[in-house]
Design a binder for this molecule. Sequence first.
Ligand code: PNS
Length: 164
Amino acid sequence: MKIAVYPGSFDPVTMGHMDIIRRGAQMFDKLVVSVLINTNKKSLFTMEERVELLKKSVEGAGLTNVEVSSFSGLLADYTEQIGACTIVRGLRAVTDFENEFQLALINRKLNPNADTVFLVTSAENMYLSSSLVREVGSFGGDISEFVPPEVIGQVTARLVNKAE
Ligand code: PNS
């Protein structure tokens, strides 16, 4: 059974993430989408909220071989723990590459049994990021094209609340 992990902050999940999840799910027997801590970012949604939003979105998309989880340690350790052989990451632009390259190398050093594969984002999602969604939503802008339909209400309400 080929298990892959798709790690990220998912603060919150976007249509860009869903595109990668959908395509990753077609490539592996099981895809574990996991919320991990990025020490370089200050998060808005709690870990539990991010997991809940992902679960609703994955369920709504009807993706039966996708599991959602969270982990507060090293990605390399989590990959080992769940027996995943691949780490999936999405690439939007060249600007993503340097950081992703470094992450892939350190992760392979820490766990030589797992390799990173990059899925190139679909063109329509190139500009999309969780931070843009947070910014647009917190100023009352329409985020309905940016986040999965199952969670628009919840994400909008939370962003508006946060801004008040
Ligand atoms: O969505 P993001 O913020 O780009 O995801 C980055 C993430 C969460 C995958 C990365 O920061 C991570 O793997 N965090 C867990 C700790 C870890 O293993 N760091 C990398 C090796 S030092």
